[in-house]
Design a protein around this ligand. Structure first.
Ligand code: ADP
Length: 257
């Protein structure tokens, strides 16, 4: 499946519905997310953005009494097929959270955690991976002389880049980001946004943000969620400058949210 800009469709969501117990949180969501693009999810609090994000790597499976209907294909594979190895899925679909959550261990060990869990023990190989991922996460120069210090001793913005390096170390194809800069100051935010833009060359990125300027700055396409449905989806330029739906216009012009 090819998109108009020639990027292949990486994630194909077809008539997705999601329930927490009896409560329906997502309804009839169909989206096509191309590879090597940044796809932003916007909408008011409680409209289902995080729930949707978590359906993409089956994180919601961890929540009791939830139910999924419809289909999500990643790289052509139905990720809710019972044969799917969920551990493997979560490696290829990594996730960065709102609050940076480094492990209480060294910077080195934070990044080496995933590769070690995958059986890599050789120190030299681990060092190479750690350096590569910290460079990719634009953190290497700031930490290369103190890899043995605690990850939690870094600034908030550095911790978030460390968490991104930790995700990169397990070689995902897709990175899900749930409001990754909402706990950061403006300078750290600029740095993470630059990093996200850089990363799209090698990854497909789906980002939830309540910051519309951020969606406008970094994303290629944007979907506007409201009450568990996608009201409008389109290129970010079009959605922000010439929205088709009145609800979208009202939201992006700050009439509610
Ligand atoms: P958003 O990310 O847009 O703020 P969420 O996906 O967090 O929205 O929430 C969508 C709806 O699902 C809300 O009504 C919320 O209360 C509900 N919800 C979210 N997480 C849970 C949960 N673990 N259990 C029950 N309901 C939940």
């Amino acid at each position: 499946m090819i998109e108009k800009n020639n990027h292949k469709i990486k994630i194909n969501v077809d008539q997705l519905a999601f329930y927490y117990g009896e409560t329906q949180a997502l309804n009839d969501i169909s989206l096509k997310i191309p590879e090597h693009e940044i796809f932003a999810l916007i909408g008011p609090s409680g409209c289902g953005k995080s729930t949707f994000l978590r359906t993409l790597n089956r994180m919601n499976d961890l929540i009791h009494k939830t139910k999924v209907e419809g289909k999500i294909e990643i790289g052509g594979q139905d990720i809710y097929n019972p044969m799917v190895d969920v551990v493997q899925l979560r490696k290829s679909v990594g996730m960065v959270f709102q609050k940076p959550n480094p492990f209480p261990s060294s910077i080195f060990d934070n990044v080496a955690y995933g590769p070690r869990a995958n059986g890599i023990k050789d120190r030299k190989t681990l060092s190479m991976i750690v350096e590569k991922c910290l460079r990719q996460a634009a953190l290497w120069d700031e930490v290369k002389d103190r890899l043995d210090t605690l990850g939690t001793s870094l600034s908030g913005g550095q911790q978030q880049r460390l968490c991104i390096a930790r995700v990169l170390a397990v070689e995902p194809d897709i990175i899900l980001m749930d409001e990754p800069t909402s706990a950061l100051d403006p300078l750290a935010t600029v740095k993470i946004e630059g990093l996200i833009t850089e990363l799209k060359k090698g990854y497909t990125i789906v980002i939830v943000t309540h910051n519309m300027e951020q969606a406008a700055r970094v994303s290629d396409q944007t979907a506007f969620f409201l009450n568990g449905v996608v009201v409008e989806v389109g290129t970010t330029d079009q959605l922000f400058t010439n929205p088709e739906k009145k609800e979208t216009e009202d939201y992006i012009t700050g009439k509610f949210g």
